[in-house]
Design a protein around this ligand. Structure first.
Ligand SMILES: Nc1ncnc2c1ncn2[C@@H]1O[C@H](COP(=O)(O)OP(=O)(O)OP(=O)(O)O)[C@@H](O)[C@H]1O
Ligand SMILES: [Mg+2]
Length: 239
């Protein structure tokens, strides 16, 4: 029975993929987020609730602060429920939670709430790039299909921005259905031409303790550092 449910969910995901085919995609790296940009703004967004946006914003920012102690990293909480603010472990000299638009850093990460609220759209309108956490679960994976056209509308109005910088698979586990959904998301990402930047295991260490032990978000931080760092010219062809 469980298998049949998983099978039908995957069929629905596949359908979403067909609906969204033929969309043009911009390259991951855009000139607007090159080394000359004074601040790189990254939205962590997905209309689906509970996919790990807040956890991703927080732990990616902490990892980045560890990786680049010489940079100022700013984080904004645009979720009206302020979950990130509630769980914020405290500022450090280089990592600060700031009100919308306040100050200037090397990188600014914006946490958004669920649903395509005005705040969610506004975050995408202010960002150079967007990171999309997704769970290897049917509703989360399907929501990805709905996210893409929303993003594309904004990209058309903003000359390709924000670029879809990558997916982050969260709540990754070993169950058969979960593995199956993970394969589906990976295939979907491949078809979109977008990288999966990290596979974050389903773990109390991440979800409950917000610990960087294990450094699961390190690959995300490394990618963010590439976008803002002086080495970016050597890493990508900037249009
Ligand atoms: N890798 C993980 N392993 C286990 N639990 C996790 C993991 N990542 C996040 N969680 C937990 O899953 C829940 C949802 O995560 P989070 O709040 O980051 O999602 P969200 O997308 O920000 O949700 P919302 O849409 O409500 O803002 C939280 O209870 C969080 O502690
Ligand atoms: Mg949240």
């Amino acid at each position: 029975m469980g298998w049949r449910i998983a099978g039908s969910e995957i069929a629905r995901l596949t359908e979403a993929r067909v609906l969204e085919s033929n969309r043009p995609y911009e390259p991951i790296i855009d000139s607007a987020i090159g080394p000359n940009a004074s601040e790189v703004v990254i939205a962590v967004a997905h209309q689906k609730g509970g996919v790990g946006k807040t956890t991703t914003t927080l732990l990616a920012a902490v990892e980045l602060a560890e990786l680049r102690p010489d940079w100022t990293i700013l984080v904004e909480d645009l979720d009206p429920y302020r979950h990130l603010s509630q769980r914020w472990p405290g500022d450090t000299p280089t990592l600060r939670l700031v009100p919308e638009g306040r100050d200037k850093g090397v990188i600014r990460l914006i946490d958004t709430g669920p649903g395509d609220s005005p705040a969610f759209i506004q975050a995408l309108e202010r960002s150079d790039a967007v990171l999309v956490p997704v769970r290897p679960e049917p509703l989360s994976a399907q929501a990805l299909g709905a996210f893409v056209p929303v993003l594309q509308r904004i990209q058309r109005a903003r000359d390709g921005l924000p670029v879809l910088a990558g997916l982050i698979l969260t709540h990754v586990g070993t169950g058969r259905g979960r593995k199956l959904m993970q394969d589906e998301v990976e295939t979907f990402a491949n078809e979109l031409g977008v990288d999966i930047l990290a596979h974050i295991p389903y773990s109390d260490r991440v979800g409950i303790y917000l610990s960087t032990q294990g450094h699961y978000y390190r690959p995300v931080a490394e990618r963010l550092a590439e976008w803002a760092g002086v080495d970016i010219r050597g890493l990508c062809a900037v249009a």
